[in-house]
Design a protein around this ligand. Structure first.
Ligand code: NAD
Length: 503
């Protein structure tokens, strides 16, 4: 009998209303059942939100440095359990152990950043225009934050959202992706444990709540709930639009991190080996299932053929397999549905776009791959900027190679998508590099680096269809989780009318 996991509501691990559960299986080996996770209902959400609302009245009064102490302990526990967390994350979503360790480290970095932010949360003071009067402004928490996350960064993305929400004094109801409930459970266990260590007898139940389940049920219940004040969502553009529409109607504060169609440009003066290392890492790391994945490679016409030839030699050496086994470079797609999407885009590339398939293009077969959702790393050449392979997010191990005329043309092609998350250019020419930084329409640009590899203390997010203008990471995310309060202190002893008595 497989283990049944629970929701955390008001400090108590509980079975879901209705008692229904969903299986969580290893995408590299479908025989491996990880556990059964709650298929929660609206009733569970209502209970969790009520708990979070009550807890907010106490948690907001805990001094921010003390709230930061909780995050410090969270980071310490995550560090201690890093290998175990990474192993289980690989088991539930497939990316290789080195990457799940990186995913966990990003959470640790975010915890320590949040811990230190508890002792900053700087306000701004400015002189008053009137005598004997003082003007202050500082940040205040907002209320209950609904956190909805995807499966591709099961630890890092929830921590980017939950840790700043907590340290600023908000309380949280967290709905993780259905495909990665185990990592989410571990994270919430750790937060709850740290709360108990730091607050002791003053422990506040309901500061962090976990409600597993389907987006269409649990997620939708978040959108409709009047007591959820903020929603932070990372996921597909389709769902993001729905959240913006439904949550916007209720005047919720909403942060959206959506899709990407990222490109790497290679100019003739680039270091080829470095550019190949980067494109392999960017296109096939996490099996191409990153919002920042390199899904387009834009090659200058003078080096196109030579670069592709070298790339094809290297791509054949990538080893597919279970990500917890040594020497494996690429894991499976996260699910059968995701692999079907990849397969359908490969057919579009062949039949509709009439691009040239030069690597992969098939379900991967071989010893150890029979029971997983493996797909061969795939490359198309001859892709045109207007083709579907060049414009639509695939979220799998498929790279579209596009030939360009010169720098201006490469940037025009790169910008020719509805998204604007990450981007990269390989060149040794400083003038070209700076022009690219100026003209590329993306939230993130790498010079001589892969499109993937964000650091926890830098702004993260995209322009155009990738989001709604908010940034996660670093200092920028703190704007989302707080309101500004302006305070005027008049010690003149008389009524002073601004703009009237002084002019
Ligand atoms: P998804 O949109 O299918 O699901 C994301 C989350 O939303 C899940 O928890 C899901 O249960 C929930 N959800 C689904 N329907 C909902 C609804 N109607 N109301 C509320 N919640 C709902 O995305 P996914 O397949 O988990 O993740 C892949 C997508 O995420 C890709 O498009 C990728 O580009 C994007 N992504 C973006 C970033 C970024 O920072 N920009 C990072 C990672 C992933």
């Amino acid at each position: 009998m497989s283990e049944k996991f629970k929701n955390l509501i008001n400090g108590v691990w509980k079975e879901p209303d209705g008692g229904k559960y969903n299986e969580n299986r290893n995408p590299a080996n479908n025989d491996d059942l990880i556990g059964l996770f709650p298929t929660s209902t609206e009733k569970d959400v209502n209970e969790a939100v009520a708990a979070a609302k009550t807890a907010f009245e106490k948690w907001r009064l805990v001094p921010a440095p003390k709230r930061g102490d909780v995050l410090k302990i969270v980071g310490d526990i995550m560090l201690e359990r890093k290998d175990e967390i990474a192993f289980e994350m690989t088991r539930e979503m497939g990316k290789v152990f080195a990457e799940t360790k990186g995913d966990t480290q990003e959470g640790i970095d975010t915890a320590y950043y949040a811990a230190s932010e508890g002792r900053r949360l700087f306000g701004i003071n400015t002189p008053s225009e009137l005598p004997n009067k003082m003007n202050l402004s500082f940040r205040v928490p907002i209320g209950v934050a609904g956190i909805i996350s995807p499966w591709n960064f099961p630890m890092a993305i929830p921590t980017w959202k939950i840790f700043p929400a907590l340290v600023t004094g908000n309380t949280v109801v967290f709905k993780p992706a259905e495909l990665t409930p185990k990592t989410a459970t571990t994270l919430v266990e750790i937060i709850d444990e740290a709360m108990k260590i730091v607050l002791g007898k003053d422990y506040i139940p309901g500061v962090i709540n976990l409600v597993h389940g389907k987006g269409r049920v649990v997620g939708e219940a978040f959108l409709a709930h009047p007591d959820i004040n903020l929603i932070s969502f990372t996921g597909s553009t389709e769902v993001g639009k729905r959240i913006n529409e439904a949550g916007g109607k209720m005047l919720k504060r909403i942060s959206l991190e959506l899709g990407g169609k990222n490109a790497q440009i290679v100019m003739p003066d680039a270091d080829f080996d470095l550019a190949i290392d980067a494109v392999l890492w960017g296109a096939f790391g996490t099996t191409g299932q990153r919002c920042t994945a390199t899904s387009r490679l834009i090659l200058h016409k003078d080096i196109h053929d030579e670069f592709v030839e070298k790339l094809l030699v290297r791509v054949k050496n990538l080893k597919l397999g279970y990500g917890n086994d040594k020497g494996v470079d690429v894991g499976p797609c996260v699910s059968e549905a995701q692999r079907n999407t990849v397969e359908s885009y490969v057919q579009i590339g062949i039949n509709e776009d009439k691009s040239k398939l030069v690597a992969g293009g098939k379900i991967a077969k071989g010893p150890g791959l029979e029971k997983g959702w493996f797909y061969e790393p795939t490359i198309f050449t001859g892709v045109k900027p207007e083709h579907r392979l060049a414009k639509e997010e695939i979220f799998g191990p498929v790279l579209a190679v596009i030939k360009c005329e010169d720098l201006d043309d490469s940037i025009k092609i790169l910008n020719n998508t509805e998204y604007g998350l990450s981007s990269s250019i390989f060149t040794k020419n400083v003038n070209d590099a700076f022009k690219a930084v100026r003209d590329i329409q993306a939230g993130i640009t790498y010079i001589n680096g892969a499109t993937i590899g964000a650091e926890a203390h830098m702004p993260f997010g995209g322009v155009k269809g990738t989001g709604n203008g908010h940034r996660e990471g670093g200092w920028t995310v703190y704007e989302f989780y707080t309101e500004w309060k302006a305070v005027y202190i008049d010690y003149s002893g008389k009524l002073q009318r601004a703009q009237i008595d002084n002019y």
